[in-house]
Every structure is written in structure tokens, then in C-alpha cells.
Ligand binder design. Structure first.
Ligand SMILES: [Zn+2]
Length: 228
């Protein structure tokens, strides 16, 4: 409730569209019915604060099955992510397409993922990252019909970030430096899918100069110090 208060107040004050995002674990914890009406309450609250047409999205982060995504669609989410990136390519396409076909009937948008991020997010985890292959993105987006695509260029999720073995040591400061982000991969993907919404996860520790570079390659993160 306190998070919603802060988010909705700030959004209403700046009239900024906002995405309320929950993970599978958070949804289980909160209870899906309560969550649904909290989101509706957020819309009403925004109106009360003088925001005439609030643009508030309720989004599922890292959905891991058709059943979970379907349930979120049925319970009033406006957007879901199906993360089948740990599956083989064709299975990722098949599952993502199935979610898209269901969700689009209800005007719900779908975020998909191609390529694997290192780290842990909720119950989805991976020890290694595999960069998204730029030569696959057009085929993937076309065949699945997804509305946005999360890609992997070396950012890392959540609690663990990178192991010391994955880092190099700065000879001057002695500090561990994480592997550089693969901007060439980002650039190649942007070239393949111009204007298509690309999502970068696990970017909470991306330094400001990298954020500037992301923007240079087509990103839109003004003054961002991090996101999901
Ligand atoms: Zn993520």
C-alpha cells in the first residue's frame, strides 16, 4: 500500500504513465484478488489526485508458464511477460506464441525474452548469461507476435550480480570490474528491429556512462540510474 501511495502520487503529480510490476512470488504473497483491486484502487486514487486519464499498467514480471500468464490476464493485468528464455529456441517461440494468442484476445500486451541473463530474479535463475543472437530477433518477434522483447547484452539480475571469476581487476584501484556490456549486440538488434520496444532487465547497477551509451544506441533512459 505504501509503495502504491508513493508511485501513484508521483505519477499523478507529473502526469506520467506508470507500470506497476509484480513477480510471480509477489503475486502469490499478495493474493491475486487483492492485487487486482489494489490496482483498480490505484486508478481511482490517481483520479482523485486530479489525474483525469491515468495511464497505469499492471504488469507481470518473468511469468514462467502459460497458466500463470493466463491467470494474470483473467485477473485484469494489462500486460504480462512470458520468460521462456531458458527453453530451447523453438520451445521459447511455441510457448510465447501461445501466451500472445491468449493475451491479445483481451488487449493485453506481452513481453517476451530471448537470450539468458545471469543472476536471480524471483524464482528464475541462471548461472551464466548468453547474449541474444541478433540474427534471431526478427524471426522470433515475427513468429511469436510479442509486443516487446527483453534481450541479453550482459546485464545481470538481482542479488548476485557477477562472480569474481567473471570480473577483471582494475590495476589502479584494485577493484573488481564487471564484464563490459555488449553494445555491439544491442546495436545489431536495434538495426534488425528498428523502433521495436526492446527491454533491458537487470540494469540496476549500470553506470551512468553506460546508460548514456544505451541511449546513444536507441534507448530512452533520461537521467535513469537504474530500472528493473
Ligand atoms: Zn528481469
Amino acid at each position: 500500500m505504501e509503495q502504491l501511495q508513493a508511485i501513484i502520487k508521483a505519477s499523478a503529480e507529473t502526469k506520467s504513465p506508470v507500470i506497476l510490476q509484480v513477480s510471480k512470488g509477489a503475486r502469490n504473497y499478495a493474493n491475486q484478488t487483492l492485487l487486482r483491486y489494489m490496482a483498480q484502487g490505484a486508478v481511482e486514487y490517481a483520479k482523485e489526485l486530479g489525474w483525469e486519464h491515468p495511464q497505469i499498467c499492471l504488469h507481470l514480471d518473468h511469468g514462467d508458464s502459460f497458466e500463470l500468464c493466463k491467470s494474470c490476464v483473467d485477473f485484469g493485468f494489462s500486460s504480462v511477460m512470458i520468460d521462456a528464455s531458458s527453453l530451447p529456441y523453438e520451445e521459447n517461440i511455441a510457448l510465447t506464441k501461445k501466451v500472445v494468442e491468449y493475451a491479445h484476445q483481451y488487449d493485453v500486451t506481452v513481453e517476451a525474452e530471448l537470450g539468458v541473463l545471469a543472476g536471480v530474479e524471483d524464482e528464475v535463475s541462471s548461472a551464466v548469461s548468453h547474449y541474444t543472437k541478433p540474427e534471431e530477433v526478427v524471426d522470433f518477434a515475427t513468429r511469436t507476435g510479442c509486443d516487446s522483447l527483453a534481450i541479453s547484452i550482459g546485464t545481470s539480475h538481482g542479488a548476485y550480480k557477477f562472480t569474481p571469476e567473471q570480473c577483471t581487476r582494475d590495476p589502479k584501484t584494485g577493484r573488481l570490474v564487471p564484464p563490459p556490456l555488449a553494445f555491439d549486440v544491442l546495436d545489431a538488434i536495434m538495426e534488425q528491429l528498428p523502433g521495436f520496444p526492446i527491454v533491458l532487465h537487470g540494469s540496476s547497477s549500470v553506470p551512468q556512462e553506460y546508460v548514456d551509451m544505451i541511449n546513444q544506441y536507441g534507448g530512452k533512459l533520461p537521467d535513469a540510474v537504474g530500472c528493473s
